[in-house]
Design a protein around this ligand. Sequence first.
Ligand code: UD1
Ligand code: CA
Length: 436
Amino acid sequence: MIQNTAVIILAAGKGTRMKSSVPKVLHKIAGKAMVNHVIDACPGAEITVVVGPNMPEVEAAVTPHKTVIQKNQNGTGDAAKSAKDALADFDGFVFIINGDLPLIQTETLENLCHAAQETGLAILGFEADDPHGYGRLVTSGGHVAEIIEEKDCSDDQRAITLCNAGAYCAQGDQLFQWLDQLSSDNAQGEYYLTDMVAIAAKDNVQCAYAVADELEVMGVNSRSQLADAEYVMQARLRAQAMGHGVTMIDPESVYLSTDTIFGQDVTIEPNVFIGTGVSVRSGTTIHAFSHIEGTVIGENASVGPFARLRPNSKIGNDVTVGNFIEVNRSEFKDGSKSKHMSYIGDAVIGEKTNIGAGTVFANYDGFNKQDTHVGKGVFVGSNSTIVAPVTVGDDAIIGAGSTITKDVEADAMAISRGEEKSIAGKATDYRKKKSA
Ligand code: UD1
Ligand code: CA
């Protein structure tokens, strides 16, 4: 139903209530900008995003979709009108959707379109627990007679709980004629898109409505509403993950991104944060308090507790990345291990290689980042520093406490540390001297 329709997404508002230098619709929910959530709810539709004059970031975020500029941010009606030329050749159903509805779902938009097919115009409504701030739907005979904004409501109207969700659907050829008739004669001196309902009524087009769940259509105007929307989205993502066969010991403490991909029988312990670009294959356990972004994790791996996996990393099958390990732009090939307190940056760790406790890959010289290649079957002793760029050959051994600055050949043993001295009786002498 969303296919063969056009969608105008309103994203030009200043978002004053967010108190932010970032345009409102770019604030993220589960790692994805709000405007992109709306776009993704409209698969197959021809999308036009209305942006403000100085919003190159919004234009970039919605690429490859079409954008039009609303010159003066003069209300939602004016914003919708800005898309007129872009849709001049389109004569199907047109949706107009506020860009701050990150939780809206395709099925709901389909219901809205069905309603619009009955009369030529429909609006999405919801029963609000607390209608404050929303436009109220004044209904009569099963249709919406008009929409009154909170600031323009009489006391009686303010008591109405059926509210405007901010999504509309209309037959394209009439829509822009109605928008041309909007006026800014209201409490906010703005062109309200919502006035189109009363204007359409003059053309004998009644406004049908579909009803959505309040949690799905909450508009995000402030940081606090952003957090509310995040809460709902996280619950949705966790339920989806568990539905795919992921075990979560304490789901509410696990944070996911919309693009997180899980295989079956993944177990996630409490207090795990998963940012964007993460996939976790089957049988893997993410232990408590791990923070993971931009990483592909193979099968039957073990990550954490307290692991930090940073973007552009790859963890192979049967790999252990244990406690207090930071991995940055690095790959652990199958069966390799780093179990305790290490930093692995710009490195490739070969199959079945063991990185000892406290090993640090010194990948940055204060100016440039350099790469390290560690072969397969290598044993790196504890507390070693590998100063990049370095290549360590297969099956080599690095002695504990070494600082490695030169390449190590395959099968070689490299040790670099101060010579150990042991002076007989010296400990006893020292104690005597100190207690005298
Ligand atoms: C709007 C509706 C209200 C509804 C609510 C649902 C109007 C007049 N009011 O109010 O009835 O209950 O949404 O959440 O439409 N925008 C522009 N250009 C502008 C102004 C806004 O593109 O000049 C965009 C914003 O970026 C935003 C959307 O339109 O994505 C809605 O604007 P917003 O100011 O949030 O409207 P509300 O006051 O929430
Ligand atoms: Ca809003």
